[in-house]
Write a protein that binds this ligand. Structure first.
Ligand code: NAP
Length: 296
């Protein structure tokens, strides 16, 4: 049986995900795309995607993958007065990074409109989306998981059912908390050794042999040493968004979050340095001594 699959949000991640789906969907299946800024759809249309001119048109698809910035964007697009009546009988597969409480609320509202909802946030970025190697975490019931597994397997080899809606969002947010905390901790140590006259390679050689090493350190080392944050896969503004979401949820759960509050401040400073759209390794720039009022 052929399926009409939709995807909304062709930003940094939605675009390679759409490309992957176009390559891998079975013949007979089709991909329809919608994006607020239609210019971003031109190339994908040339690659074979059908373009929906409006959200109601997109909702002719039986399932729609959501890859939008945040919950506010999802609400603006999928729960508008124009969209809501078209949700009935449709399945929303929510793959953006949002908070567990936001995901549960969206689920309730989409179900109330007669639609179905599951969450499938991802770890990995543009290269993994292109090659179908995203780590897909699913919050759904077992029947939903079974139904949508073949579609999700196109984007990541081994989607994992975590539990009900909200649990996969929580797992994803926990991983992004680690991205922020590990990167900030690494940037601070790297800055310190540089200031103390320790060659970065000596620092890295010891670190790589130790239990403290994480592969992400080497992935970000060159960008930090060269202070080159251009062409991001994952921009600072989205890591700040996820850090704030984690802080809100963990504070509500009465966890001690002071260390992450420091990471948020560093990310906010990076954004105020004009690096919101840059690669998140730009938090290194915020850790450097900033000019003081007396500095000419
Ligand atoms: P992005 O490049 O900023 O794209 C955001 C998308 O959301 C664009 O299509 C944008 O439309 C749309 N959008 C934002 N606000 C909107 C609104 N109010 N109304 C309608 N559309 C709106 O972000 P991304 O990097 O693709 O990330 C998308 C989601 O995946 C985020 O939740 C992010 O945290 C998560 N994620 C990202 C990565 C990564 O490596 N980049 C990895 C895993 C998860 P326009 O084109 O019109 O602006």
């Amino acid at each position: 049986m052929s399926s009409k699959i939709g995807l909304v949000g062709t930003g940094l991640m939605g675009t390679p995900m759409a490309e992957r789906l176009l390559e891998q969907l079975s013949s007979g299946d089709s991909l329809t795309l919608y994006n607020r800024t239609p210019e971003k759809l031109v190339k994908l249309q040339q690659q074979g995607a059908t373009i929906a001119a409006s959200v109601p048109e997109l909702l002719a698809c039986e399932a729609v993958i959501l890859m939008l910035s945040d919950a506010a964007a999802i609400r603006a697009v999928m729960l508008s007065d124009a969209a809501k009546p078209h949700l009935s009988g449709r399945t929303m597969i929510q793959m953006s990074t949002i908070a567990p409480s936001e995901s549960r609320q969206l689920c309730r509202e989409i179900q109330a409109a007669g639609g179905d909802y599951l969450e499938a946030p991802v770890l990995g970025s543009i290269p993994e989306a292109r090659s179908g190697q995203l780590l897909v975490m699913v919050g759904a019931n077992p029947e939903q998981f079974e139904t949508w597994l073949p579609l999700l397997q196109i984007l990541g080899e081994s989607p994992r059912l975590v539990g009900e809606v909200g649990t996969a969002a929580a797992l994803k947010l926990s991983l992004n908390q680690l991205i922020g905390s590990l990167t900030a901790a690494f940037a601070l140590s790297l800055s310190f050794v540089q200031q103390q006259g320790v060659p970065p390679e000596s620092f890295m050689q010891v670190l790589r042999q130790s239990a403290l090493y994480a592969p992400t350190f080497d992935k970000k080392l060159a960008r930090m040493l060269d202070q080159d944050y251009a062409n991001p896969n994952f921009p600072t503004k989205h890591l700040l968004k996820d850090t704030k979401l984690f802080l809100d949820e963990a504070t509500a759960a009465r966890l001690q979050v002071d260390s992450l509050a420091g990471v948020r401040q560093i990310l906010e400073m990076a954004c105020s340095l004009g690096l919101a759209e840059a690669d998140y390794s730009a938090l290194f720039a915020a850790i450097q001594p900033q000019p003081t009022a007396e500095t000419p």
